[in-house]
Design a protein around this ligand. Structure first.
Ligand SMILES: [Zn+2]
Length: 170
């Protein structure tokens, strides 16, 4: 899942997060600022946007790659992005309406790759190293690199630095 509202709730939310969640969130924010291509809007046409996702999933060996699709959240009130399953079990990325961009699609696609790798079924337990743990970050980094060269290394460097800073503080 991605997305934290700006405003007063943000600091509280950050403090309440697991170290991995916080590190990923902060690293992602930095990398999106450093690599403008990550915030490039996806094509308005869902079919065309889904092609990118299918290509990524196929590259990662996901068995349902060809059936995957990406949509914007139908409900305007949804303030985050998430993965899901379509009516016939198709892997889906449901993106925040204001985050219809390549970087967010890569984030949700990386969850699908990691969940498949960890043998996670819809609604099942999160992967053993956490939803936004190191294995997720590795998949996400590989996808980000296909959008903007170096973005993956930048993400992993910021992620590790944040985890190290947290360890030092705690
Ligand atoms: Zn996520």
């Amino acid at each position: 899942m991605t997305g934290i509202q700006d405003g007063q709730a943000r600091d509280q939310a950050l403090a309440a997060m697991d170290p991995d969640e916080r590190a990923l969130h902060l690293a992602q924010k930095r990398v999106r600022a450093w690599h403008p291509k990550l915030t490039m809007p996806l094509p308005g046409d869902h079919e065309r946007a889904s092609q990118t996702m299918r290509w990524w999933l196929a590259g990662a060996g996901h068995p349902d790659a060809a059936r995957a699709y990406a949509v914007r959240h139908y409900q305007r009130s949804r303030r985050s992005s998430n993965t899901g399953r379509g009516p016939d079990g198709e892997p889906m990325a449901l993106l925040h309406r204001e985050r219809w961009d390549y970087g967010t699609l890569a984030h949700e696609t990386a969850h699908l790759v990691r969940d498949h790798e960890a043998g996670r079924q819809a609604g099942g337990l999160p992967p053993p190293d956490g939803t936004h743990g190191p294995a997720f970050a590795g998949h996400y980094a590989r996808l980000l690199d296909t959008i903007s060269r170096g973005a993956g290394d930048d993400l992993l460097a910021a992620y590790s630095a944040q985890l190290a800073a947290d360890r030092e503080a705690g």
